[in-house]
Design a protein around this ligand. Structure first.
Ligand code: SF4
Ligand code: SF4
Length: 93
């Protein structure tokens, strides 16, 4: 039997690690030096949000596209692949 519609709706399954694989290196750089805050716009998963004048990192939703790593003009985002076995798995078929 083929995949059910429920299977197809859940093509991306998350297995969330306890520690973030994304980290703001220096909050002060975001607050004081980064006027446009492009991380708020370039992330397709809306991982970066402005909360109480601080950038919060909701790493659980990260799609691991890598855009924030190259898009932060101050190179202020520490980025590493999630611990083995964690992170997103894309399923096809
Ligand atoms: S783009 Fe980089 S420096 Fe600017 S707010 Fe986002 S993380 Fe901070
Ligand atoms: S790697 Fe991609 S999905 Fe993950 S936080 Fe950065 S821009 Fe967003």
């Amino acid at each position: 039997m083929g995949a059910t519609i429920e299977d197809k709706l859940f093509l991306d399954r998350f297995n969330v690690a306890d520690d973030s694989h994304l980290k703001i290196k220096d909050d002060a750089v975001c607050t004081d030096a980064c006027e446009d805050k492009p991380c708020l716009y370039l992330c397709p998963a809306n991982v970066y949000r402005l909360e109480n004048d601080r950038i919060s990192v909701n790493y659980e939703g990260c799609l691991e596209c890598g855009s924030c790593r190259i898009g932060c003009p101050h190179l202020n985002i520490e980025w590493r692949f999630p611990t083995g076995g964690y992170g997103i798995r894309h399923k096809f078929g």
